[in-house]
Design a protein around this ligand. Structure first.
Ligand SMILES: Nc1ncnc2c1ncn2[C@@H]1O[C@H](COP(=O)(O)OP(=O)(O)O)[C@@H](O)[C@H]1O
Ligand SMILES: [Mg+2]
Length: 354
């Protein structure tokens, strides 16, 4: 499972074009793909021929309170192995509606948590801003592709974006691998060379070998509301996005092995597995409603060879608050965004057992 956000607060740098074409190509490579359109302008949805004025459900439903149902309820099939969670303009109200609400940065994470395993790839097309929607995307993502177009303001704001990504990495202790993608390249101009040099200074190794050339074919395919490979198989735009897809596929093994992000409680063989990651901890215990919070019932977790502390319990269906006790210190589960407010100032992690 990989979750990739296509992110850059600059508009027009190729986020939506990349989201659509990468998703379509990955599904052609037999990967099950969900594209989440997180831009209220709904360009990914419109670009896949969805009538956004006539939607029963959209990603807005996840943010507006009925999100416990999960994003699988709002996803619509585009093609075999390719699903879209469409957007609509009202999504732009989320910023205000959730302002000041606890957990507002984790709404998308809650919404997709339970069905992540249904997909091989979740691709998120971010809006052109660094607001709450983009933060939500970065909270769920293991990777970010940052398209950088060859215009005079190409690198404007990139350092701010990287700062936000770093803050989220530290806060949530999860890896976000960022990689720049050069887009809209006209190799004949000297300018392109200058910018790609600067991008390499900032991103070092983390730049895709593939570059996306400027080509009218991508615009034409977008106007027809189809991925470029359906419009012309061997044209520049189709080839470029196929090369990008090949590069993304090539790193599959490397990524899934490195990211400890799939931690968090999960059901395995009828039991609930709790996991905590801390290579330096000496003792990790678990307490919760299921132990009645009685100290003598605290459950010791066992550390496996990957430094992941684990235990599995049989728990009756219901909703439970819990916390880990790491070397005597009480902590919420950093890998589970679901929280339960017990009383003023007391917040536990929460799990629903079905
Ligand atoms: N490589 C390219 N060559 C030519 N036109 C492109 C290219 N990439 C994107 N476009 C066009 O540029 C516009 C903006 O691209 P888009 O992917 O929507 O950017 P963003 O989502 O970052 O705002 C769209 O009209 C799109 O069709
Ligand atoms: Mg866009």
């Amino acid at each position: 499972m990989r979750t990739i956000a296509i992110v850059n607060q600059k508009g027009g740098c190729g986020k939506t074009t990349t989201a659509i074409n990468l998703s379509a190509n990955l599904s052609n490579a037999d990967r099950k793909v969900l594209l989440i359109d997180l831009d209220p302008q709904a360009h990914s949805s419109i670009g896949l021929n969805i009538n956004v004025n006539d939607l029963d459900k959209s990603v807005y439903d996840i943010f507006s309170g009925s999100f416990r149902k999960g994003i699988d309820n709002v996803a619509v099939p585009i093609e075999e192995n390719f699903y879209l969670a469409p957007s609509e303009l009202i999504l732009s109200a989320v910023e205000q509606e959730l302002s000041g609400k606890l957990g507002r940065e984790n709404v998308l994470l809650n919404g997709i948590q339970r069905m992540r395993e249904n997909f091989d790839y979740i691709i998120i097309d971010c809006p052109p801003s660094l607001g709450l929607l983009t933060i939500n995307a970065l909270r769920v993502t293991n990777e970010a592709i940052i398209p950088i177009d060859m215009s005079s303001f190409a690198l404007h704001g990139v350092s701010q974006l990287m700062e936000i990504i770093n803050t989220i990495k530290v806060e949530t202790k999860h890896e976000i691998k960022t990689k720049a993608l050069l887009t809209n390249i006209n190799p004949r101009t000297k300018f392109a060379g200058e910018i790609s040099g600067k991008v390499k200074e900032i991103f070092g190794e983390n730049v895709y070998n593939t570059v996306i050339h400027r080509t009218v074919k991508l615009k034409e395919a977008a106007n027809l509301k189809i991925p470029v490979n359906k419009y012309c198989k061997n044209c520049r735009g189709a080839i470029d996005y196929q090369l990008l897809t090949d590069e993304v596929l090539l790193s599959e093994k490397e990524i899934t092995e490195k990211v400890p992000f799939e931690l968090g409680p999960k059901k395995v063989n009828g039991k609930i597995v709790f996991q905590y990651f801390d290579p330096d901890a000496k003792l990790v215990q678990l307490a919760g409603d299921f132990t009645n919070w009685e100290e003598n019932k605290n459950i010791n977790l066992i550390k496996n060879e990957n430094n992941i502390w684990e235990t599995s319990l049989e728990i009756e269906p219901g909703s439970y608050g819990y916390k880990f006790i790491v070397d005597g210190k009480w902590v919420k589960d950093p890998f589970n965004p679901e929280e339960k407010i017990e009383a003023v100032g007391i917040v536990n992690s929460q799990i629903y057992v079905e």
